[in-house]
Write a protein that binds this ligand. Structure first.
Ligand code: ADP
Length: 389
């Protein structure tokens, strides 16, 4: 379908947007600091700033309001092309939505019922969709789910060992970062043809971090579970934690539920471990032993996760690094590869320093690659396909 597709990723205080002509992203930007001090920035395909930091309209009070204010501004940048539709990143598609879907009032209502499963993301993802549906009903919208790609995980992988009546209520492993893994799976035949049909662990290491085991490009297992809190330690999220710790914090430490939620989502992970920063650049630059220790814990958990996923895949043919840390932090990749030497991974330090392509030696039994992710492109493709269907 010809025309331009807009991609929207809404959070609690920000709205990121992109415009795609086919696979070509010609405008990319965000409104952030909503509710505090609103910032605005938009860049063209070459990365040149075309708007911002000042807004030429009144500060929006919510990301939904920001979208409605942005729409006329975005339409002015289409150079006569029609706006075919908007594709939205939606964190949770629940047990039934295995692929992106065109938004209807009924779908929105159903997705709203999933908000308790992802309280920090789902309501914020849905609010701008609802506002656009009400105020621009002629503009088609598509919801693209971060969970959908993991529907291929076998039932034994999805299950938690709790009474099965709870699984029927939706308490199971879903997995997230699915749009990123789906993009990587789509890019592998070109980026690393030798492993694309094999057993691959993809390490999406960013502010949020997880691992996914792919077999022939399909998700077999992943480190995130019921929520995006599980698995690897992240910028401020704790990752895998003995559930008894939560009981202890509530019963013995006297913390309230919202204090525990705040602790596990916003004050743990790399920030909690280091006491310095949630940001890898800051941690790698720091000489503080606590920063070093936080990185060591992260590497340990990534390496353990890779071993665990290799077991789930029944072997390993390749490792792929992606996202902010995976694409840019050569020292982190080097430490992960070193910790995975037992699997047959041998790093090529020079290739690793260049941040691209294969980063292991020619003799390495298992190759490791750096492949940049592109979740927005995945959303644009899905949106176009869903609207053409
Ligand atoms: P998000 O989950 O917010 O999309 P990103 O994938 O953008 O996160 O990753 C953000 C992380 O990547 C931050 O911890 C940041 O420090 C890290 N990062 C980005 N560039 C570099 C770099 N050159 N060296 C080390 N870490 C980097």
């Amino acid at each position: 379908m010809a025309g331009v597709v807009g991609v929207v990723n809404a959070g609690s205080s920000s709205l990121k947007f992109s415009l795609f002509d086919g696979d070509h992203c010609f405008l990319d930007g965000q409104v952030d600091g909503i509710g505090v001090r609103v910032g605005f920035r938009a860049k063209d395909a070459a990365g040149a700033v075309v708007a911002g930091p000042d807004l030429s309209w009144p500060a929006p009070k919510s990301p939904a309001e920001a979208l409605m204010t942005l729409l006329p501004w975005l339409r002015e940048r289409l150079e006569g092309r029609p706006l075919t539709g908007l594709g939205h990143r939606v964190v949770h598609g629940g047990a039934t939505h295995e692929r992106p879907e065109r938004v209807t009032p009924a779908l929105l209502e159903e997705l709203g019922r999933l908000s308790p499963l992802a309280p920090l993301h789902q309501p914020h993802n849905l609010a701008p969709i609802r506002t656009a549906l009400e105020n621009a009903p002629g503009l088609p919208q598509v919801a693209c789910f971060d969970t959908a790609f993991h529907h291929t995980m076998p039932p034994v992988v999805q299950a938690y060992a709790i009474p099965s009546r709870l699984a029927a209520k939706g308490i199971r492993r879903y997995g997230f970062h699915g749009l990123s893994y789906e993009y990587i799976a789509s890019a592998l035949p070109k980026a690393a043809p030798g492993i694309a049909e094999g057993r691959v662990v993809v390490a999406h290491l960013g502010n949020g971090a997880s691992l996914c085991g792919l077999r022939a490009g399909r998700s077999i297992a992943t480190t995130m579970g019921f929520s995006a809190l599980d698995g690897l330690p992240m910028g401020t999220r704790c990752g895998e934690l003995d559930p008894a710790v939560v009981l202890h914090l509530l019963n013995q430490e006297g913390m309230t539920i919202s204090e525990v939620e705040d602790l596990l989502y916003r004050r743990s992970g790399m920030l909690g471990l280091s006491g310095i920063s949630s940001d890898f650049r800051g941690l790698l630059a720091s000489r503080e032993p606590a920063a070093r220790f936080a990185i060591e814990v992260f590497i340990h958990r990534v390496a353990r996760g890779i071993g665990s996923l290799a077991a789930a895949l029944g072997g390993l043919d390749g490792l792929v690094f992606t996202a902010g840390v995976g694409e840019n932090a050569a020292p982190v990749r080097a430490m992960v590869c070193e910790a995975c030497a037992w699997l047959g991974i041998e790093l090529d330090p020079e290739a690793n320093a260049s941040h691209a392509g294969r980063i292991t030696t020619a003799g390495s039994r298992i190759p490791a690659h750096v492949v940049p992710t592109n979740e927005n492109l995945m959303i644009a493709r899905h949106t176009r396909a869903a609207l053409s269907a």
